[in-house]
Design a protein around this ligand. Sequence first.
Ligand code: PMV
Length: 347
Amino acid sequence: MIHQASTTAPVNIATLKYWGKRDPALNLPTNNSISVTLSQDDLRTLTTASCSPDFTQDELWLNGKQEDVSGKRLVACFRELRALRHKMEDSDSSLPKLADQKLKIVSENNFPTAAGLASSAAGFAALIRAVANLYELQETPEQLSIVARQGSGSACRSLYGGYVAWEMGTESDGSDSRAVQIATADHWPEMRAAILVVSADKKDTSSTTGMQVTVHTSPLFKERVTTVVPERFAQMKKSILDRDFPTFAELTMRDSNQFHATCLDSYPPIFYLNDVSRASIRVVEAINKAAGATIAAYTFDAGPNCVIYYEDKNEELVLGALKAILGRVEGWEKHQSVDAKKIDVDE
Ligand code: PMV
């Protein structure tokens, strides 16, 4: 007999960046971070988890292609989820014995993988949620975020919609390093995100490798985690609760800038931005200058693609300028939670 459960998880884009691990094995971060979860209609992973006494090995299929399941991250997630199910089965002997059966995970992204958008967050969050549903685990999203974090740090934030904080915690076993919701998407329904697909190429330095080079070599990074982020974390949370776009936007842009500055300050340096990324920064600056107010905010993860946050009322102004200067706008006109629009940029 096959047991099966399906679920989806959305992509999140950090506005206060996670960059640096204090414990690489447990994915424990050096600082708190904040992100906005995008609408599930726009960017999400759909995952089905199944288990059966007839399965002979764990399997993972991503967009129709079989993936390796021996990676430490995935092994840790499977181990943690099975341990939670074992606990339930031990306390209730009437439950079917699923924890010892092999798992088959089938995952699909509804956005082009070629778009080069960070998918590991949605991917691991969907996997954790699908297996948790399959096992009928009673854990809260906060407890599941501790498991998701071990798959991919940023995945812990994709267990919630809206505005999410990943609190780094202080425990060495990671038991308090988890995601919490700052506000639901409804709290700030005007928020929008545009994604400028600058390059579909794979990033040249993975986030795991890049983070550790920065942690070990950048003097600016030390300053960032000890003095800048703690203050920024409190300010950004407040700007979200107050729906104060200009403050939220400035903090978001400053944080993206500082994250990329610590990459440049690493030795050897890491470059994620390219000329089109820098041109997009200039366009956002020009938009804000012309508006006489901060109405748009750029942010970049570990790659050249630009995410721009703005409020619905300024959509024509922001997208119009981006389109006129950088390329063509297409598709993804959905209207739910944080609405994402994708813009391909002609290089
Ligand atoms: O979760 P990872 O290992 O893919 O790292 C994500 C790092 C950034 O995207 C650059 C920042 C963040 O907070 O999401």
